[in-house]
Write a protein that binds this ligand. Structure first.
Ligand code: F6P
Length: 341
């Protein structure tokens, strides 16, 4: 009987459990496969730490946030990792791996696949910044969560006649800021793809105030105003050597209050955007991707990633997904900017 292992790796996001359920149910029902789950991403493969995943284990999972398998940023490409992965699969009698992850995970999956290990990738990230897929699951939930939080900031801002700033995640892409900012009717949306001078932001804030509104600014964590070389990241690097972003909202709080004289408060939404139950959209997308990953394994389409094109799930090579970041196009920014101020 074919035996597949599934793992979730890198930062978590809502919908991971729905992928696990989709893969297991699709695999059991359509192909008669047996499943195991590796605990904490690639760590579970390297240390042979796994749990059986019979059909009953995934009951009711689609609506649960987080991942029942746990996650880690363990990199399997580090010294001795590739032969160790191969040996684990042999010893455990596992025919292939479904790896659910973002950039780092998929890059590792690509290399393992180049080395002859059977892997199918499933893209995930709240940032929606992976090329070769129109949407990643987790993004819709993050936008919904951010929008609800920003709506709350607006009511308290209005009571106090304050300028409110919401800092959202997204790493080097402004998708969460753009969508949550548009949904909540922000007076300014600041994204890393489009530099703006602080004077311009202050003007938008002032003009909203002049119309009797409590100004609302949504800023992406990697936004750098004109004149600032790089995104604000005072907290050093993460496990992959990438800057840990966050804090630009606090900087804007000081500057905008100084420039406009309007009392200003900033809130960093942080990991709240990654937690909680996935939206219906993300549950459906994640379930379809999980099922499609197993179909890909059954069809021998190893070394590929499942991805959403329009409304269809297709297979693409890892290279297509990893080649470049999917950032916000200028026309999407300009469309939103018509309503600023
Ligand atoms: O990639 C997802 C993400 O949430 C980014 O938006 C954010 O910059 C980063 O991960 C935070 O990572 P960590 O959970 O390691 O703090």
């Amino acid at each position: 009987m074919t035996r597949l292992g599934i793992l979730t790796s890198g930062g978590d996001c809502p919908g991971l459990n729905a992928v696990i359920r989709g893969a297991v149910l699709g695999g059991v029902i359509s192909h008669g496969y047996d499943f195991v789950g590796f605990r904490d991403g690639w760590r579970g493969v390297l240390e042979r730490d796994l749990v059986p995943l019979p059909r009953q284990a995934v009951r009711g999972l689609a609506r649960l946030g987080g991942t029942i398998l746990g996650t880690s940023r363990t990199n399997p490409l580090k010294e001795g990792g590739i032969p160790a992965v191969r040996e684990s699969l042999q010893v455990l009698g596992i025919d292939g791996i479904i790896a659910v992850g973002g950039e780092g995970t998929l890059a590792a999956a690509q290399e393992l696949s180049n080395q002859g290990i059977n892997v199918v990738g499933v893209p995930k990230t709240i940032d929606n910044d992976l090329d070769a897929t129109d949407f990643t699951f987790g993004f819709d939930t993050a936008v919904q969560t951010a929008t609800e939080a920003i709506d709350r900031l607006r009511t308290t801002g209005e009571s106090h006649h304050r300028c409110m700033i919401a800092e959202v995640m997204g790493r080097n892409a402004g998708w969460i800021a753009l969508h949550s900012g548009m949904a909540s009717g922000a007076h300014a949306i600041l994204i890393p793809e489009h530099r703006v001078a602080l004077e311009q932001v202050a003007e938008w804030v002032q003009s909203a105030r002049d119309r009797g509104r409590a100004p609302l600014v949504v800023v992406a964590e990697a936004f750098a105003p004109e004149g600032q070389d790089a995104p604000y990241s005072p907290r050093g690097l993460d496990a992959f050597g990438r800057p840990r972003l966050g804090g630009i909202g606090m900087l804007l709080e000081q500057e905008l209050q100084r420039m406009t004289g309007i009392e200003t408060r900033a809130t960093v939404l942080g990991h709240i955007q990654r937690g909680g139950a996935p939206t219906a959209f993300d549950r459906v997308l994640a379930t379809r991707l999980g099922m499609a990953a197993v179909d890909s394994a059954a069809g021998g389409r190893w070394g590929t990633m499942v991805s959403l094109r329009g409304t269809t799930i297709v297979n693409v090579g890892f290279a297509a997904a990893l080649g470049r970041l999917k950032t916000v196009p200028e026309e999407r920014y300009r469309e939103a900017a018509v309503l600023f101020g």
